[in-house]
Every structure is written in structure tokens, then in C-alpha cells.
Design a protein around this ligand. Structure first.
Ligand code: C2O
Ligand code: CU
Length: 494
């Protein structure tokens, strides 16, 4: 492709390289686990990757797309039951999972800007739940915020007006103190919002547009999910709910809608032949232009919209999507999935040079307030580390930030830990990441974002605008183990 974009690719490569070196892997381990092996969770060693199931033994399933139960005027109505189910993650074994309507991985809802989606959720678990639509612009009473739960045997109707442009949204449990384990056990799904602009582009579609949710897990020797807070032993990598699966593709372009659905794991993804992938979108939809990248870093909750053109490979080629970040050794966590090029196919799709336009940083509404936000977690090796936003544990009774409706602000978010990485997610708002460490971010982070990585010692400068709903929403670290430790706070728009 054009030279300019190759240059951008090189910049991204350089930026990622610092993340990928051996020494950079170490900081990704939680300090407490490195400091004292006795604090490692007692869960059994597990199936891990190797002997019981060699990589690429099972096919990667596609996520189930739901049809609305009813289309009524401008509304698509879905009925879902939150329930226990079993999934065949390992061949011949049945694993207990928590699901939206029985699906593991979770189902996909397809929505369109301007059409309302109504989801009636029935809770048949023995725990309260809250369903949060991550990245969505919704009224506070439909946001599924941590304290706004509904209990066993009850139901809740969420209304999503979709008054925002196309975006790669996802939904997951958010019940306070339980979100981490609930999401780990399966409560997440994709919600792909499209609009006229996106739908008009000649991108790969239909069977060639494939949502892939990546995550990790620890399994015990019976194939059951083992959960412990901040467990570094989650070293089985799942792609669409299967351990290091293979996926058969035609020798043409595919669009992969990647979601990091892990609780805490960061992924750095690359192709085994060292060739580039074309990133076309992030959390809040398309980038302005496609970017060729040798590697994609995805922190929990982040999405990447990626086109891979398999027409450059002869039929018979096997290409591995690799992960270069720990915790876990490369033989355990290094293989994510294998693409097997098995046939040729016509390809009418293309990736336009210009995907959308977004206001340049200088043209964004002038901020009226600048705030400093710090994220920090105990890293002194204590058994029950706490997480803090601006030095405080999450208290749902406390309003941490009050912003004026109709204004924009600058949020400087700093990770003040010396080793532990975090990321930062806020509800309601798709923000712009202006800078990291005082320098403009690369093109893959320059679109609309709702989740952004903040490595130890780093500061990201965000431009946020509050011009839609009023009310209370949370912001937090999306390493869900960390938010469950208290790294969450509330902003009020009034
Ligand atoms: Cu996916 Cu409060 O987050
Ligand atoms: Cu964190």
C-alpha cells in the first residue's frame, strides 16, 4: 500500500515494540503474584494448552447472531434469559458457564443507528446481575451501572436508542463485586451498531465479517472454569470460546471484529509470517483511514476492526495469529488461533482510502475544565490489594466528578503504579485520546475510544464531551479484577 501508511505502520511497530520486549512482559504480571508465590491461587494446574489438547485441534465457532423477537415500529425487541448452561470448550467435556440465552461465547446483536433496541433480560441465576452496554450512549437508568442490579427471578428491560454513529459495542455483566467473575464465567456478548455511512462502504460483509472475542481462562483438570481474583494462571487462550482453534478461510479479504473480552489480560497480536494487518476501526467505529500494522495491542474491553487479505497466500497456507504478551510462557499463551486458507473465492470487497472523517484535535469543542485522575493499586504484595481512583476506593454513594452538561473537558489520566498496567474506561462517552506521555497518539488510537491503555507511569490526555444525557455514570479500570478491587468512581453530568 501507499508509503505514507507504511510509515505510520512503522511508528505503530516502534510503539508496540517497547510493550513487547521481555522486560515489558514482566510488568504485566501482577506485583503481588511476583512478590510472593504463596499468594498464587490454590486452583489446580489445569488443562493449560499442551498435552490434553494440542493447539489448533478444534474449529473456531462463529458467534450466534440473534434475531429480534419482534420488530415493532422503530423498535427491535429481544427477549433474553440470563442462565446457567454448559459449553463444549474441550471436545467431549462439558463446562459449566453463565450465559445470555445459552450462548458461549455470547450472542451478537446487530443494531442500526436511529432504530431502538429493547432487550428484556430475565435473571434465572442465584445472584443479582446488571447488564451494561459498553460504549453506548444510553440514559443512566438503562446503563446497567454497578448498583443498579436486578435479583434472582426478576427481569429488567433495557432501552438502547442507538442515537450515536456506528460502533463496535459489547454488553456484559456489571453487578458490583460480581462483574469480574460473572464476565469470566461467560456473561458477555457483542453488539455491532451500524449506520448509513458504514453500511455504504465496500468492506467485507456477510460470512466474511467475523466477530471474534478473545479471552483467557484457567481450567481445572475436569475442564471446569476456575476463578480467583487477579489469577496469573489463566493461561488458556480462547477465541470465540475455544482453546487456540483453527478457522478455515477463503483466499480473499475478511473483516474481523476483535474484542478483548478477558478480565485482565492484554493481548499483542501479530501474524506468524510477520505480515501486516489492516486496522480499520477501534472502539467507537471506523478510523479515518486504514492503517497497516504489524501488531495490535488490545487491553480488556478494547475492540479492533481488522481486515486481513488472505489472497496473498496460496491455498493450503496456515497462518497463526500470535500473542506476544504474558503472563504465561509463549507455548501457553502465544497461540491465539490459526487461519487455514482452504479455497479461493471471489472478492468484490475493498478497503477505501478514506473511511470516515472526524474532527481534528484542534477543532474539538474547547474544554472548560481540566481534571487530573490517578489510577493506582496496592503493589506491595499484600494478600488483598485495593484499587484506587484519585486515592479513593469506589463508593457508590460518592460523586467524584460533577461536570456541566453541554461542555467538554480534558481528563489527564495517570497510572501512578510502578509496575502494574491499567486501562481506563468511561461509560456514556466516546472520547478522543489526544496524547500519551505528552505526544499525540498513533493513528489506531486516534478514532473514537471508550477504553484506553495506561501503562505504569503513563499519562493519557483525553478530550471528553458531555452533550447527551444527564445523570450518574461510572469510570473505571477495565481489568475487571481491578475494578472489583475498588478502582472505579462516579461522574455526574448536570
Ligand atoms: Cu465494559 Cu463499566 O464497563
Ligand atoms: Cu487496573
Amino acid at each position: 500500500m501507499v508509503t505514507r501508511r507504511s510509515v505510520l505502520g512503522a511508528t505503530v511497530a516502534a510503539a508496540s515494540a517497547t510493550l513487547l520486549t521481555g522486560t515489558a512482559l514482566t510488568p504485566l504480571l501482577s506485583a503481588r503474584n511476583r512478590a510472593d508465590p504463596r499468594t498464587l491461587p490454590a486452583a489446580p494446574a489445569g488443562l493449560a494448552a499442551g498435552p490434553l489438547l494440542p493447539p489448533f485441534s478444534v474449529p473456531m465457532p462463529r458467534q450466534r447472531e440473534l434475531r429480534p423477537m419482534l420488530r415493532w415500529g422503530n423498535r427491535d425487541i429481544y427477549l433474553m434469559t440470563i442462565r446457567k448452561a454448559t459449553a463444549e470448550i474441550f471436545p467431549g467435556r462439558s463446562t459449566d458457564v453463565l450465559t445470555y440465552d445459552g450462548h458461549f461465547p455470547g450472542p451478537v446483536i446487530r443494531a442500526r443507528s436511529g432504530r431502538t433496541v429493547v432487550v428484556h433480560q430475565r435473571n434465572t441465576l442465584d445472584m443479582p446481575v446488571a447488564v451494561h452496554l459498553h460504549g453506548a450512549n444510553v440514559a443512566p437508568e438503562h446503563d446497567g451501572s454497578p448498583m443498579d442490579t436486578f435479583g434472582p427471578g426478576t427481569a429488567r428491560t433495557y432501552v438502547y436508542p442507538n442515537r450515536q454513529s456506528h460502533a463496535a459495542l459489547w454488553f456484559h455483566d456489571h453487578a458490583h463485586h460480581m462483574e469480574s467473575e460473572h464476565v469470566y464465567r461467560g456473561l458477555s456478548g457483542n453488539y455491532l451498531l451500524t449506520d448509513k455511512l458504514e453500511a455504504a462502504l465496500p468492506l467485507p460483509r456477510g460470512e466474511f465479517e467475523v466477530p471474534i472475542t478473545l479471552r483467557d481462562a484457567r481450567f481445572d483438570e475436569t475442564g471446569q472454569l476456575a476463578y480467583a481474583m487477579a489469577d496469573p494462571g489463566r493461561t488458556t487462550i480462547l477465541a470465540n470460546g475455544r482453546p487456540a482453534p483453527f478457522f478455515q478461510v477463503a483466499a480473499r479479504k475478511y473483516r474481523f471484529r476483535l474484542l478483548n473480552g478477558a478480565n485482565s489480560r492484554f493481548f499483542a497480536l501479530r501474524l506468524s509470517d510477520g505480515s501486516t494487518m489492516t486496522q480499520i476501526g477501534s472502539d467507537g467505529g471506523l478510523l479515518e483511514r486504514p492503517v497497516n500494522v504489524p501488531s495490535i495491542v488490545l487491553t480488556p474491553g478494547e475492540r479492533a476492526d481488522v481486515v486481513i487479505d488472505f489472497s496473498r497466500y496460496p491455498v493450503g497456507t496456515q497462518l497463526v495469529l500470535e500473542n506476544t504478551l504474558g503472563p504465561g510462557s509463549p507455548d501457553l499463551v502465544g497461540k491465539v488461533l490459526r487461519f487455514d486458507v482452504v479455497r479461493t473465492a471471489a472478492d468484490p470487497s475493498s478497503v477505501p482510502e478514506v473511511l470516515r472523517t472526524l474532527p481534528a484535535a484542534a477543532d474539538l469543542p474547547a474544554p472548560v475544565v481540566t481534571r487530573d485522575i490517578t489510577m493506582q493499586m496496592d503493589e506491595d504484595g499484600r494478600a488483598q490489594p485495593r484499587g484506587f481512583m484519585n486515592g479513593q476506593l469506589y463508593d457508590p454513594e460518592r460523586i467524584d466528578i460533577t461536570a456541566a452538561h453541554g461542555t467538554s473537558e480534558i481528563w489527564n489520566v495517570t497510572n501512578t503504579n510502578t509496575r502494574i498496567p491499567h486501562n481506563f474506561h468511561m461509560h456514556l462517552v466516546q472520547f478522543r485520546v489526544l496524547e500519551r506521555g505528552g505526544k499525540p497518539v498513533g493513528p489506531t488510537e486516534a478514532g473514537l475510544k471508550d477504553t484506553v491503555r495506561v501503562m505504569a507511569g503513563e499519562t493519557v490526555k483525553l478530550h471528553v464531551t458531555f452533550n447527551t444525557y444527564r445523570g450518574d455514570y461510572v469510570y473505571h479500570c477495565h481489568m475487571l479484577d481491578h475494578s472489583a478491587m475498588g478502582m472505579m468512581a462516579t461522574f455526574r453530568i448536570r
